[in-house]
Design a protein around this ligand. Structure first.
Ligand SMILES: Nc1ncnc2c1ncn2[C@@H]1O[C@H](COP(=O)(O)OP(=O)(O)OP(=O)(O)O)[C@@H](O)[C@H]1O
Ligand SMILES: [Mg+2]
Length: 223
């Protein structure tokens, strides 16, 4: 069974002045064990779609199902904490926490003892190619690509089987991009994760198992 399913999902942004149909009646099923790449022009609805998969929001119409249950019927705080991990387009690091605290914090939130949380955080910081030099710095003291890798390290700490990533390699050089993509592929192929990456980079998309194109709120899977 699909781990995540979109069932006739529409998302409409509405304010006093305008209505934008960002996602337009989309249906799709995502399985475990695969890397999906969602590609499409700026403004085509990719982040909006990812927000619904991440449980940050629910559809205006239709349903997002996680393991068969609609996300508007589950405790979405628990869903976000335990079932999905997200790498945001804008990283979303906590500016007033150090780098090590940023990676450790979600683990402690899930009840891990501080010492074990720190140990795991350090390991993942190493996995994304950074060292103890960054532990005590604040996010603003890191380059864009370093911040992006810390956001990835934080997501890698999670044991959630669904990994959602919005432009995870947007600020990385080719070497770091290749490293991150190979980590995400390993998670999917060896550990059965469902990995969904939004990307503008066709070289990244081509490494995925499935490429899905988004155009004006519509999803078109590519053969
Ligand atoms: N908070 C909002 N209020 C109103 N409209 C919005 C809001 N957020 C996004 N939109 C609109 O919804 C559409 C889809 O936006 P979205 O952020 O999902 O695009 P995207 O594919 O992620 O683009 P990018 O590649 O630039 O990140 C766009 O037309 C955008 O202007
Ligand atoms: Mg976006």
């Amino acid at each position: 069974m699909a781990i995540l399913e979109l069932n006739n999902v529409t998302y409409i942004y509405k304010n006093k002045w305008q209505t934008t149909r960002a996602v337009n009646n989309v249906s799709y099923a995502f399985d475990c064990g695969k890397v999906y790449a969602i590609v499409g022009k700026s403004g085509s609805g990719k982040t909006t779609l990812l927000s619904m998969l991440a449980g940050l929001d629910t559809p205006t119409e239709g349903q997002v199902l996680f393991d068969g249950t609609p996300t508007n019927k589950i405790n979405r705080d628990a869903y976000r904490r335990n079932s999905v991990s997200v790498i945001y387009q804008s990283y979303n690091l906590f500016p007033l926490l150090t780098i090590l605290e940023n990676v450790t914090y979600p683990l402690e939130l899930c009840g891990m003892k501080p010492a074990s949380a720190r140990e795991k955080a350090k390991k993942m910081i190493e996995v994304v190619g950074l060292t103890d030099v960054v532990y005590r710095r604040y996010p603003a003291m890191l380059s864009g690509g370093e911040q992006q890798r810390i956001a990835i390290a934080r997501a890698l700490c999670s044991s959630a089987k669904v990994m959602l990533a919005d432009e995870p390699t947007g600020n990385l050089d080719t070497e770091n991009t290749a490293n991150i993509i190979s980590i995400l592929k390993d998670l999917a192929h060896r550990e059965g994760y469902c990995v969904i990456i939004v990307t503008h980079d066709m070289a990244v998309a081509e490494k995925a198992d499935v490429i899905i194109r988004m155009t004006d709120g519509n999803l078109i899977p590519e053969a």
